[in-house]
Design a protein around this ligand. Structure first.
Ligand code: ARG
Length: 577
């Protein structure tokens, strides 16, 4: 909640008491009722008085009139009753005396909160299935997850980022079979993950065949892959060696990409880590009478909750994806005592999470309501589904390289003498990609178009990073300023101060809704307001000293807010571009 909402709410509370001799509403309750009016002629905050009429037994119009008469405060230039609403107009003094000095004084702590103090949050994100190409589909989970982590840290939570790598499962049977059939050590050493992908795609293609071209499916290869996985599960030495080797190669490739993206994890405990932790949970399910045998498989019946059954064991007794997630949640709760455990995956997995969350509840684990699934929309390329098999994928690595290459070309043209050219090109290229991913609300489907992601016009990563660099360069040239000497005279100055005052609220919304795009859109609002201000109000060449000081202070405040906000969406803040 912003300070100004609380201030207005307290004024309303006191006014009700004064006008009607009673105080039936608490300040925070009133604060939650305040709205942002759609149009600035209606003020900065609006209070809908109809919410009080039942309690106060008066018409909203009357309440608005009567309250407006008793409210007066230096923080508001006027408080106007308009058809049952009480419209609050924030005064310039409020920004001059409170907001801007607060930003300057708090610096990088401005906008932070301590709601998370003493609490631990576990975040499960990225979590790619290894041995498959690390492609665009994984970028959303990676960036949304990491951003949500940063937002939680900013709000005082202790965060544990877990990359729950898919390092176990039948795909390893395929990989091992393909390697034994067509691969060799030298080629894999040389080609790394690309060679593994080539083998993997080939065996998948041969298993499915190609009906149209008269190529029959190879059932024998499917059997062979299953047998290799079975051997792996039984602890066969050679297969374990190959598995470990493939996992390492695959993870190394992912780590190179994480490094470029500025993403890191506190744990890589993946699916294989939970192999020995599942039996105890399966046993508990059995003891509690929750397991049912259905055509040989063991399931938990969820028909009472309008969901298909949750599969726990296959007919051959092997475990499944939900089994592992259940065991992992118990382990994580015991290990980290989390206040929340957040899972970031594609919305295609919504049912999976609803199912096993329910099972955890039925098992009597009281942490079931601390599990949070954060889904995001479908990622497609040119309108088509991503598919490793058909090759309709773009590797994250290739996307980043293309972006950095494009930025390098622009820098070479416009600013060839820039210091740290390579580092800056990396920061801006990666920033362009990340910004593109975190601009829209996460649940919206993404149809990926390369040119859009690499565009530098309009609302893009390069635009906001450039705006930040602009504040840096102005501050280098401008002289001293004093926080006590701020005097707002122009509308563009006031609008900028207003948006800066809302940073804390943007963070709070992003935190509560697990929505990085709240921050992204907020950043765009700040940039728009700053660039308008920069255009309308000369800073270095301001007419008098007072004006120059005010504008320099506003620039510093913008620099501070952007400097904190950009990292929340995993963007770097180069001082020069
Ligand atoms: N490896 C899975 C996939 O690529 C995502 C794992 C998400 N995390 C989880 N705990 N299930 O689809």
């Amino acid at each position: 909640m912003t300070e100004i909402k609380l201030t207005a709410a307290e004024l309303i509370r006191a006014a009700i008491e004064q006008a009607y001799g009673q105080a039936p509403f608490a300040r925070d309750e009133l604060a939650a009722m305040l709205e942002y009016p759609p149009d600035e002629n209606m003020g900065d905050l609006a209070f809908p008085c109809f919410k009080l009429s039942k309690t106060l037994r008066k018409s909203p119009v009357m309440i608005a009139e009567e309250l407006s008469r008793v409210i007066s405060s230096r923080d508001f230039a006027k408080v106007e009753p308009v058809s049952g609403y009480l419209n609050f107009f924030v005064s310039r003094e409020y920004y001059e005396e409170k907001i801007i000095p607060e930003i300057l004084q708090k610096g990088e702590d401005y906008g932070k909160s301590d709601v998370g103090k003493g609490k631990t949050v576990v975040l499960d994100y990225s979590s790619p299935n290894l041995c498959k190409p690390f492609h665009l589909g994984h970028l959303a989970s990676t960036m949304i997850g990491h951003s949500i982590k940063k937002i939680h840290q900013f709000c005082g939570y202790n965060c544990v980022g877990i990359n729950y790598i898919g390092d176990w499962g039948t795909q390893f049977g395929k990989q091992i079979a393909a390697y034994k059939l067509w691969g060799n050590e030298e080629e894999v050493k040389k080609g790394g993950v690309d060679e593994l992908a080539r083998l993997y795609v080939r065996i998948n293609n041969e298993i499915s065949g190609d009906e149209e071209n008269g190529i029959a499916p190879r059932k024998d290869l499917a059997d062979m892959a299953r047998a290799e996985f079975h051997k792996l599960e039984e602890g066969d030495k050679e297969n374990l060696r190959l598995w470990k080797w493939f996992v390492d190669i695959s993870l190394e490739e992912c780590n190179r990409t994480y490094k470029k993206l500025g993403v890191d994890f506190d744990s890589y405990a993946g699916e294989s880590f939970y192999t020995d932790k599942m039996p105890a949970q399966v046993e508990k399910l059995r003891e509690m009478g929750l397991l049912k045998i259905d055509q040989g498989a063991s399931i938990v019946d969820l028909s009472e909750y309008n969901m298909p059954p949750c599969l726990i064991l296959k007919t051959d007794g092997s475990t499944l994806y939900p089994t592992r997630d259940i065991a992992a949640s118990v382990y994580r709760y015991n290990t980290y005592d989390f206040a929340k455990c957040i899972y970031v995956t594609a919305s295609a997995q919504c049912l999976h999470f609803s199912q096993w969350f329910k099972v955890v509840e039925l098992m009597g684990y009281d942490f079931y309501d601390k599990l949070v699934h954060v889904p995001y929309g479908m990622v497609s390329i040119g309108g088509e589904k991503l598919a490793t098999r058909t090759g309709n994928v773009i590797l994250i690595r290739d996307l980043i390289d293309a972006a950095v290459e494009k930025v390098t070309a622009v820098i070479n043209e416009k600013n060839p003498d820039l210091e740290n050219k390579e580092e800056t090109a990396q920061a801006v290229g990666v920033g362009a990609v990340v910004f593109h991913y975190l601009l829209n609300s996460r649940i919206k489907d993404i149809n990926f178009v390369m040119d859009d992601a690499l565009s530098f016009d309009g609302n893009t990563g390069p635009y906001v990073q450039y705006t930040y660099a602009r504040t840096c360069s102005i501050l280098e040239k401008a002289g001293e300023y004093k926080a006590e000497k701020i005097k707002i005279t122009e509308k563009a100055e006031e609008d900028l101060a207003k948006i800066l005052s809302r940073f804390g609220e943007a963070v709070e919304n992003a935190l509560n809704d697990y929505e990085p795009s709240d921050i992204t859109r907020y950043i765009l609002d700040v940039c728009t307001a700053f660039n308008r201000f920069y255009h309308d109000c000369p800073i270095i060449t301001a007419e008098d000293e007072a004006e120059k000081q005010t504008r320099t202070a506003l620039t510093k405040a913008t620099n501070t807010v952007l400097g904190s906000a950009l990292p929340l969406i995993c963007m770097k803040t180069p001082r020069k571009i």
